[in-house]
Write a protein that binds this ligand. Structure first.
Ligand code: CDP
Ligand code: MG
Length: 159
């Protein structure tokens, strides 16, 4: 099934100059970027985006992290894109993320270590966790006129 999913290059990824490296991993896999913009998240918007986490113990540090600089938001389209993108991103904790994934290749912090420093684990990227979350997040971040429909020149070979 063709799906759209939300990806954010978080403030650490932007400040480390990894926007291009991260985007190219999705492009090389044949996924299509159908929306893209740079956004400074404020605390109100953070609470909307992370509504499922607002009541959790790590939320305060997470809000500090996600509002600490601009993010690059993307709507990414492809076959079972939610699952494929999560695989490219890797598991939440950089220490545990497999090598070859974005989180596993560019970070190694553990959730415990970050927590002991009063910080959120800086894991470079957000990707919607499931189909329902993806639909909700793409519509939270992008208006209809910010989402584009076009054909990749190599679509006949990868889709
Ligand atoms: O981002 P992902 O869907 O992999 O993980 P999540 O469980 O939805 O948590 C959202 C974000 O909160 C993570 O990406 C981390 O940045 C942060 N987090 C944290 O700092 N400490 C935790 N124990 C859990 C999550
Ligand atoms: Mg999540």
């Amino acid at each position: 099934m063709i799906q759209q999913t939300l990806v954010l290059v978080k403030p650490d990824g932007v400040k480390r100059g990894l926007i291009g490296e991260i985007i190219s991993r999705f492009e090389k896999r044949g996924l299509k970027i159908v929306g893209i913009k740079m956004v400074q998240v404020d605390p109100d918007f953070s609470k909307k985006h992370y509504s499922a986490h607002v009541a959790k113990s790590f939320y305060k540090n997470l809000e500090k992290f996600i509002t600490s600089g601009p993010v690059v938001a993307m709507a990414i389209e492809g076959i079972d894109a939610v699952e494929v993108v999560r695989k490219i991103v890797g598991s939440t904790e950089p220490k545990s993320a497999p090598v070859g994934t974005i989180r596993g290749d560019f970070a190694h912090v553990s959730l415990n270590y970050a927590d002991s420093k009063g910080k959120s684990a800086e894991n470079l990227i957000h990707a919607s966790g499931n189909k329902e979350e993806a639909e909700q997040e793409v519509s939270l971040w992008f208006s209809i006129d910010e989402l584009h429909s076009y054909k990749l020149s190599y679509e006949d070979h990868v889709m």
